[in-house]
Design a binder for this molecule. Structure first.
Ligand code: ATP
Ligand code: MG
Length: 366
């Protein structure tokens, strides 16, 4: 049982405030789709509209070609898992999972079989007779997911299901969810403002901001070829470096004049670029210590962040602009050092003053 979900030109208003403005989106059967965006951008609202918990002011939502936005939630064949798992405290785990099915008079042997199967998938078989109060947060979240699984819905909707868990448990549950995804053949939509969750779980990510969709793409498309400065800023840690630049053409490609006067040739085609101001985007991993090779420019190290496997160097160029470079985990650099930096011009991005993006020509190279 699975669902192809079509969202067509959907808008949502609360009073005079437009929260979602003409969103269109097609989710494939069995796809794991993540809605990613900052707090308040409308992720939960869109999810709740698909579930039927919010009305649709304009546009349509269809599943497998049939319009569902006019159906009551119970007839949409969708299960939703919330951030707060809201289990019934006086019922056992098994009863919590069975409750929704008993309500719609599913035969008890079918219920038992489904609960047992879900418990096996989620590895909570040994907890079935406990009450929610006797479970850890991660176990409760698994029960909440189990409650959704037993319904055998066409689609699962998850609204930040991991955000109440501590950091270690969050990572573990994330991995479990990725494994579960391979066992349960169903369409899944997962809402988060955590870009690492989005990158690790999604087949495709929908980046939302300011009432609109900024970009829809696979994790690597979003990372390597962000459609806007917003996406480039939101996805990736540390965030992409941005430098105000002047641009000129060099044999058909953009050459950037960095704020300290350094010239950097890029792999971005110059054709189609407009006037106005531009920013150059380059991720820290494309800025390295020169270490013998000719440096693009030099900077003074202000801050050093040791992450174990690599070290981030916050360096200040001569004009005062800051660029974060990446060095090995066991970096010998010290704060205050003057270092030569090599910027990989083939891994740069260009953003105009409206936030639109230009990339190099080869996908997957950025
Ligand atoms: N019932 C409501 N009445 C009025 N405004 C609302 C209502 N529900 C949500 N909003 C507003 O709609 C916007 C989108 O809210 P939504 O909950 O969808 O955001 P979100 O992306 O899920 O954010 P978060 O990451 O914080 O959960 C917000 O500005 C919010 O204040
Ligand atoms: Mg939300």
């Amino acid at each position: 049982m699975t669902a192809n979900i079509e969202i067509n030109n959907v808008s949502k208003r609360y009073g005079s405030m437009t929260v979602l403005d003409g969103l269109s989106l097609s989710i494939k059967a069995n796809e794991f789709m993540v809605f990613l965006g900052p707090s308040g951008c409308g992720k939960s609202t869109l999810l709740r509209m698909i579930a039927g918990l919010e009305s649709v002011d304009e546009g349509t939502i269809s599943i497998n070609g049939e319009r569902i936005d006019t159906l009551p939630p119970g007839q949409r064949d969708i299960a939703m898992v919330f951030q707060s798992y809201a289990l019934y405290p006086h019922m056992t785990v098994a009863d919590n999972m069975a409750f929704g099915l008993r309500n719609i008079a599913v035969p008890s042997e079918v219920i038992s079989a489904r609960v047992a199967e879900a418990a096996r998938m989620l590895e909570i078989g040994h907890l079935l007779e406990r009450k929610p109060g006797q479970l850890s947060g991660g176990q409760r979240q698994r029960v909440a997911i189990g409650r959704a699984i037993v319904k055998e819905p066409k689609a699962f909707l998850f609204d930040e299901p991991l955000s109440n868990l501590d950091a270690a448990l969050r990572v573990r549950t994330r991995v479990e969810l990725a494994q579960l995804r391979n066992r349960v053949k169903s369409t899944m939509i997962f809402v988060t403002h955590d870009q690492i969750e989005a990158m690790t779980l999604a087949d495709r990510i929908v980046v939302m901001n300011n009432r609109k969709i900024e970009q829809i793409g696979t994790p690597m498309e979003i990372y390597s070829r962000p459609a806007s400065r917003f996406v480039a800023t939101f996805v990736g840690s540390p965030t992409m470096n941005f430098l105000d630049i002047g641009i000129s053409e060099d044999n058909g490609f953009v050459s950037a004049r960095l704020p300290d006067g350094t010239q950097l040739r890029t792999a971005i085609r110059a054709s189609g670029l407009n006037g106005g101001s531009h920013a150059l985007g380059i991720r820290a991993e494309a800025v390295k210590l020169a270490n013998g090779v000719p440096a693009t420019t030099t900077g003074k190290v202000d801050v050093l962040e040791r992450l174990g496997d690599r070290t981030l160097l916050y360096t200040r160029l001569k004009d005062g602009s800051v660029i974060v470079a990446e060095d090995i985990g066991n970096s010998r650099v010290a704060i205050g050092d003057e270092v030569g930096l090599t910027l990989d011009g083939s891994r740069t991005h260009l953003f105009d003053d409206e936030g639109r993006a230009w990339h190099n020509e080869e996908p997957g190279h950025g």
